[in-house]
Design a protein around this ligand. Structure first.
Ligand code: FAD
Length: 427
């Protein structure tokens, strides 16, 4: 008899809730990772950095636990059918998934397991508080960040944050497995450089002053690790406490958007959080969208951001806000186009945070920037990249004739977008 622990967005041994629960039982644990062919098939490039990151992470995991990690590729339901036929499985353990696809997939596998008398046990791991844990006094979900974060902190103060310590446990099955190579699963190295999985206390302490300046190494760069669970959110919250309220708030924003996704599933169906924004009459000019994607708008801060994204799979948060606002408000292109482009390119792509960020920029989200706030790229540059250090890194031809003229005049675009919003919203 064995139990299975299925790794997904929690690619670590230490402080992994579901794994801890599995290892605490008498039955030896078969640790499992599945390269989900339904997800891989949708990726436009065979050099996808996320696949490479996952591959690297599970290779390390496998070494850490004596090569007992079983790695499969295919449709998870079909793979579980095979595994349940091959092994005498008592329980399947895993951690909660909050995205639409993951919820449906888990429901199908849970049904399959239950039909054979096997328990499907899932645990909260990816967030600090989930689902209905942080509700207003009236029992409703928060849609504004500040009161949400206040309540979040009050609840944290009353509870102790668990540490699911299991790194020393050896309760795995005795079989060992080899991991398929990246090429075996149909992918190639991306050439991207992955950030380290730790953040220094000094950075956290200086975060409040440094975080908005893209030329400074002022943010943690932990987003890809949080995305794939190579760090524990609980460990980071413990590290943040007492050092920086501002950084802690960023971690809470992450929980907040998962909370929004859970309570407002219509955002998974391409709808605006505020449905009246779906009446917007976008221009959706394809040439302009291409210029934005390639970093050729003639607005240096926008172009620098898009080039950073294309070259590294990362973009600084301040610049994400600027390029998103520019696409939606200066070019009047549907935020969903930008959302999809980010989803393709970002190493840290996460549906909840990405959708939240885009709808924030478009004004259509919960607690969003008001529709009439149009970022001025020139003023943003003066404030946050005054020496042009960030811009010059990504747009070295800035002073040359080859650099394109602005794709649209700022003042003209501002007036145009305000009219479009007023039209759609009936203001
Ligand atoms: P730090 O500033 O060090 O913050 C620490 C962690 O807090 C981050 O790693 C991240 O997990 C979380 N965090 C910080 N800001 C936010 C936020 N606004 N919303 C949710 N979580 C946050 N973040 C993603 O993880 N995935 C995305 O797909 C994503 N898409 C975005 C799209 C747009 C248009 C915008 C404006 C923001 C988006 N963000 C997204 C949020 C934010 O830009 C990144 O989390 C951040 O830049 C990552 O850098 P860092 O790890 O150095 O973050």
């Amino acid at each position: 008899k064995v139990s299975i622990f299925w790794f997904r967005r929690d690619l670590r041994i230490e402080d992994n809730h579901g794994l801890f629960q599995a290892l605490s039982q008498a039955e030896p644990v078969l640790p499992l990772f599945i390269f989900d062919s339904n997800i891989l098939a949708r990726l436009p490039s065979k050099k996808d950095g996320r696949v490479e990151f996952i591959h690297e992470s599970i290779s390390q995991l496998s070494e850490m636990i004596g090569r007992h990690l079983c790695v499969k590729q295919g449709d998870p339901l079909a793979i579980f059918k095979e595994l349940l036929a091959e092994w005498d499985v008592v329980r399947i353990y895993t951690n909660h998934d909050y995205e639409r696809y993951g919820i449906d997939r888990d429901a199908a596998i849970s049904t399959l397991a239950n039909e054979s008398g096997i328990e499907f046990c899932t645990f909260k791991d990816q967030v600090v508080f989930e689902k209905d844990e942080v509700l207003s006094g009236a029992g409703t979900p928060y849609t504004v960040f500040t009161p949400y974060s206040r309540k979040w902190k009050a609840i944290l103060a009353e509870t102790s944050l668990p540490n699911f310590h299991s790194s020393a446990s050896t309760n795995y099955i005795s079989d060992t497995f080899t991991i398929p190579s990246l090429e075996d699963i149909g992918f190639q190295p991306s050439g991207l450089v992955f950030p380290q999985a730790t953040v220094a206390d000094e950075l956290i302490k200086a975060y409040g002053q440094d975080r908005d300046f893209p030329a400074k190494p002022g943010t943690s760069r932990l987003s890809v690790h949080l995305r794939f669970g190579t760090v524990s959110i609980r460990a980071l919250v413990r590290q943040a406490l007492g050092k920086s309220e501002v950084w802690l708030n960023e971690l809470i924003w992450r929980d907040f958007y998962f909370n929004i996704l859970h309570h407002f599933p219509h955002i998974s169906e391409k709808h605006s959080f505020r449905k009246e924004y779906d009446r917007m009459n976008w221009r959706n000019n394809e040439d302009e969208f291409k210029a934005w994607c390639e970093g050729k708008t003639g607005y240096p801060i926008v172009d620098a951001g898009m080039r950073e994204l294309n070259a590294t799979g990362f973009m600084h948060n301040r610049v994400r806000m600027i390029v998103a606002s520019f696409l939606v408000k200066h070019l009047l292109i549907d935020w969903r186009w930008g959302e999809a482009y980010f989803a393709e390119k970002l190493l840290d792509f996460d549906f909840a945070a990405n959708n939240g960020g885009w709808q924030w920029a478009a004004g259509s989200g919960c607690d969003a920037a008001p529709y009439f706030r149009v970022f001025n790229p020139t003023l943003q540059t003066q404030k946050f990249d005054q020496s042009l250090a960030y811009i010059k890194k990504w747009v070295p031809e800035l002073q040359e004739l080859t650099y394109p003229a602005p794709i649209v005049n700022h003042e003209f675009a501002r007036v145009r977008v305000l009219a479009a919003y007023k039209d759609a919203l009936g203001k």
